[in-house]
Design a binder for this molecule. Structure first.
Ligand code: SF4
Ligand code: SF4
Length: 415
C-alpha cells in the first residue's frame, strides 16, 4: 500500500545548491555496506584531499574530504569507528592517477568509492557488475517529506546526471533509460528535455506523489510492471535503478577523476531557522552544520536523513555519510509511546505486506525467531508503519535492532 503524506518541501524546493564552510575536524565513517573498513593511513600522517583513507573487504574505498592530519583511527560514535582528520584548510589535492588512468569505467567507479546515495549505500561497482540489462531507471523520486537534495541536483545539474546515465547504460548494455519523477515535480521533464539529444533513447515516467514510491522494488514495479521475485535482484530481471546522486558522483569520477567525497544535503524541519540544499563533505558533523546555520542544538531534536527512514541523532558529532540526504531539526517532541492496540494499521500501510507489530512484540519478548518467522529481512525500512501507528509504538527501533541481530547471527554462522 502507498500512503499520501505531506510533502513539506516547498521551503527548500526552489533553493539552489550552495556551499557550507568546512569544519576543523572531520569524522569519516569506517563502515561500508559490507561492514567495517580497514584504514590505509596512520595517526599523524599528513593527507591530501582525495587520498584513499580506508578500504572495505569488497574493495569499497573512502577518501579524504580535505587535506590535513589524521588524528584518530578508531573514534567511536554510536558504536562505529570513525577516522578523524584535522583540517589544515590548505585544500591541497591528491591527484588520483589511478582513477584517471583506469581504462574500465567499472574500475573508475570502484576507485572513486561510489556507493548508492539514496538507500543503504550499496557499492555501485558491485551493482553495475551486470549484463543483459534492458532498462536503467534514473531514480528521481525523492518521496520522503522535507528532502529536496535530489530535486536540487536535477534542477541545477541535469546534464551531468544524463551524461552519467549514458555512461552507466553503455557499461551494462541497457537499451532504455527511464527517468522516474513524482508528478509534483513534473517541471523537471522540461529541464531534462532541454539537454537531451533527439537521438537519445530516454523516456519519462511520472509517478503519483505517494510514499514509499522511491523504494527500488516499488519503483521497478511502477516503471516496468515487473515484480522482483523473492531471493532475486533487479539485475537478474534486466533492470538497474540508480539514484540521481549516485549518477552525479559517477559523472565526477569518470569525467573529472574525482573521488566521492561530498554530497548534497537538505537542511530543513520545523526547528530550522535557515534552510537550504548544501554541498557538504562526507565526515562533516551534524553539529557543525547546525551551528553554521544558527540552529539552537538545545531546543531541537535532529534527524539524519528523512523523517520516515532517517535516524534520530543521539550524538551530534555524527557525520554526513554517502547516504545522508538531509539534516532535519524539529522542536523537541513530547510524544508519548504507548502499547500496541492491535489496530493493524501498520500491516495495512506496509508496502511489503509484513506485520510490523510482530517486530515490536519480538523485541519486547526478546524472541529472535519471531523476526525470522515474520520475514523481517523483507522489510525495506520505509518507516510507513511507524508513521501510521496511532500508539507511537517504536516500530522502527525494533526493526533496526532486529536487523542488526539477524546480521550478527548470520556473520557468526559464516565465521
Ligand atoms: S499500528 Fe501500532 S497500535 Fe496498531 S497494530 Fe501496529 S503497532 Fe499496534
Ligand atoms: S515493516 Fe518495514 S517495509 Fe513494512 S512499513 Fe514498516 S518499515 Fe516499511
Amino acid at each position: 500500500m502507498f500512503m499520501k503524506i505531506p510533502s513539506l518541501k516547498s521551503v527548500t524546493k526552489k533553493i539552489e545548491i550552495t556551499n557550507l564552510a568546512d569544519p576543523e575536524l572531520f569524522y569519516v565513517p569506517l563502515k561500508s555496506y559490507f561492514g567495517e573498513m580497514k584504514p590505509l593511513v596512520n595517526v599523524g600522517q599528513k593527507v591530501q584531499q582525495q587520498l584513499p583513507l580506508a578500504k572495505g573487504k569488497d574493495g569499497s574505498l573512502v577518501h579524504a574530504p580535505v587535506s590535513g592530519e589524521v588524528v584518530d583511527l578508531s573514534y567511536q560514535i554510536n558504536g562505529l569507528p570513525h577516522l578523524l582528520i584535522q583540517n589544515d584548510f590548505a585544500n591541497t589535492v591528491y591527484i588520483n592517477k589511478e582513477i584517471e588512468s583506469a581504462s574500465a569505467i567499472a574500475d573508475k567507479i570502484r576507485l572513486a568509492g561510489i556507493a548508492g546515495s539514496g538507500g543503504a549505500g550499496f557499492p555501485t561497482h558491485i551493482k553495475y557488475d551486470a549484463n543483459q540489462i534492458e532498462t536503467l531507471i534514473i531514480n528521481g523520486v525523492e518521496c520522503e517529506p522535507y528532502l529536496t537534495a535530489d530535486y536540487a541536483l536535477m534542477s541545477d545539474e541535469p546534464e551531468k546526471i544524463l551524461r552519467a546515465a549514458h555512461i552507466a547504460a553503455k557499461l551494462f548494455g541497457a537499451k532504455n533509460i527511464v527517468i522516474a519523477l513524482e508528478k509534483q515535480n513534473r517541471e523537471l521533464v522540461k529541464v531534462f528535455q532541454s539537454c537531451i539529444d533527439f537521438s537519445d533513447d530516454i523516456s519519462f515516467k511520472l509517478l503519483p506523489n505517494t510514499y514509499p514510491q522511491g523504494g527500488e522494488l516499488q519503483l521497478i514495479k511502477a516503471v516496468t510492471g515487473k515484480e522482483i521475485p523473492k531471493g532475486s535482484i533487479p539485475a537478474n530481471e534486466g533492470v538497474v535503478v540508480s539514484n540521481v546522486g549516485t549518477l552525479w558522483a559517477i559523472y565526477n569520477a569518470v569525467e573529472n577523476g574525482k573521488a566521492n567525497t561530498e554530497r548534497i544535503v537538505t537542511v530543513s524541519g520545523t526547528g530550522a531557522k535557515k534552510y537550504g540544499n548544501f554541498r557538504v563533505k562526507i565526515g562533516t558533523s551534524v553539529s557543525h552544520i547546525l551551528n553554521q546555520l544558527g540552529i539552537d542544538l538545545n531546543q531541537t531534536d535532529v534527524v539524519l536523513g528523512g523523517p520516515m527512514m532517517g535516524n534520530i541523532v543521539s550524538d551530534l558529532k555524527q557525520p554526513i555519510t554517502k547516504t545522508s540526504g538531509g539534516v532535519l531539526s524539529f522542536k523537541k517532541s513530547e510524544t508519548k509511546e504507548n502499547n500496541c492496540i492491535q489496530c493493524s494499521y501498520c500491516a495495512d500501510a506496509c508496502p511489503q505486506h509484513l506485520m510490523p507489530m510482530q517486530y515490536a512484540s519480538a523485541k519486547f519478548d526478546n524472541d529472535t525467531k519471531k523476526y525470522v518467522q515474520f520475514n523481517l529481512s523483507d522489510c525495506i525500512e520505509c518507516g510507513a508503519c511507524q508513521y501510521i501507528c496511532p500508539s507511537n509504538v517504536p516500530l522502527m527501533q525494533s526493526i533496526s535492532e532486529g536487523k542488526s541481530l539477524l546480521k550478527s547471527l548470520q556473520n557468526s554462522v559464516a565465521i
